[in-house]
Every structure is written in structure tokens, then in C-alpha cells.
Design a protein around this ligand. Structure first.
Ligand SMILES: [Zn+2]
Length: 182
């Protein structure tokens, strides 16, 4: 049985047994908060548990490193949607220690891509779109600096509702311990 088949079989039982009932919620975040964090698989359950967030409490946005890299990225658009259309009133940017984006050099990632058989023509196609792969594919050197940078992009966005609190935090992906970004 393939992984997809297993998922579909499990899902049929999940619905049939009404296992969804404990998770029923409205589409607007009860705690009026938006979280931007890393896609790291250790944070799937740990982060909400460590912050006492349940289904329906918060808007959760995830990407590599929780990095908000541009005021016009899809992440920033999602933040604005959460604030204007979904009733969120505060933004929490949460990086984490031991992140895969910490120290990730774009040169290494580009080499890894090439090792998988993607050739220079593909990189030329990326450059033709005005994107420098060496700038685009890198990580960060300091989680605190990266969180502060992301917070600053949100805070300085011309379309951010006035007085929106934007907090920068760092979580430990083992213990769930949360601290303010330095
Ligand atoms: Zn991460």
C-alpha cells in the first residue's frame, strides 16, 4: 500500500468515526493572533502545545526558517489577509534554534540541486525572471537577527494596520521553551 493509499484509507476511518469533532472551530482565529514560524517538522504539534494554542485559535503561517524576506512575498500577503479579513490583531514571528536555514549557504543548496541533475539552463531560466539564485536560496547566520529582520519588514509595511503589535520570538524545538528574540 502506498503512502497515499494509507492516508486515504486512514482518512475514511477518521471521518467515519467522527474523529474531527474535538477539532471543530470557526474560520476566524479565536485568539486574534497570527503566527509566522518555520516549517520544521518538530514544530507541528510542539509549537501549538507550548503556546496553549488549539484548533481555531490562531492563523499559522509556515515557511523555511519562518523568514519573511520581502514586503511583497506570499507570507506578507497572508499576514495582511489575516489582519484585515480574518480578525487577527497581532503578529508573532517565531524562529527556532537548530533551524535547517541557520547557516544554509545558497552555494551548497545550488550544488545540491545540480547534483540532482538540474542543469545550468534551469538556473538561467530562474535568472531570466530577475531572480539571483545565490540571493534567493540562502538561509541566515543568526536566528535572532533573522527574526528581527522579519519583524522589521512586517512593522514597516505600508499596509499594516496602525498599532498592530508585531513580536519576535525564538522557540527551542526540543523543549518548546519560548523567549523574546534578542
Ligand atoms: Zn527551521
Amino acid at each position: 500500500m502506498s503512502q497515499l493509499d494509507e492516508i486515504l484509507a486512514f482518512n475514511q476511518q477518521f471521518v467515519k468515526n467522527k474523529a474531527y469533532v474535538p477539532y471543530e472551530a470557526g474560520g476566524r482565529p479565536v485568539k486574534k493572533m497570527t503566527i509566522v514560524t518555520c516549517m520544521d517538522c518538530r514544530l507541528i504539534e510542539l509549537l501549538p502545545k507550548a503556546l496553549n494554542i488549539k484548533n481555531g485559535d490562531a492563523i499559522m503561517l509556515k515557511c523555511a526558517g519562518g523568514m519573511i524576506e520581502s514586503p511583497y512575498s506570499s507570507t506578507m500577503k497572508s499576514i495582511l489577509v489575516s489582519l484585515y479579513e480574518l480578525g487577527s490583531e497581532a503578529v508573532y514571528v517565531i524562529g527556532h534554534t537548530n533551524c535547517g536555514m541557520h547557516g544554509l549557504e545558497s552555494a551548497k543548496m545550488i550544488q545540491d540541486i545540480k547534483n540532482r541533475g538540474i542543469d545550468d539552463d534551469a538556473f538561467s531560466a530562474v535568472r531570466e525572471q530577475g531572480v539571483d539564485p545565490y540571493e534567493w536560496l540562502g538561509g541566515f547566520q543568526s536566528v535572532d537577527d533573522q527574526v528581527q529582520k522579519s519583524v522589521s519588514i512586517v512593522k514597516n509595511h505600508p499596509l499594516l494596520p496602525e498599532e498592530t503589535p508585531v513580536y519576535g520570538l525564538v522557540i527551542d524545538p526540543k523543549t518548546g521553551e519560548l523567549r523574546l528574540a534578542k
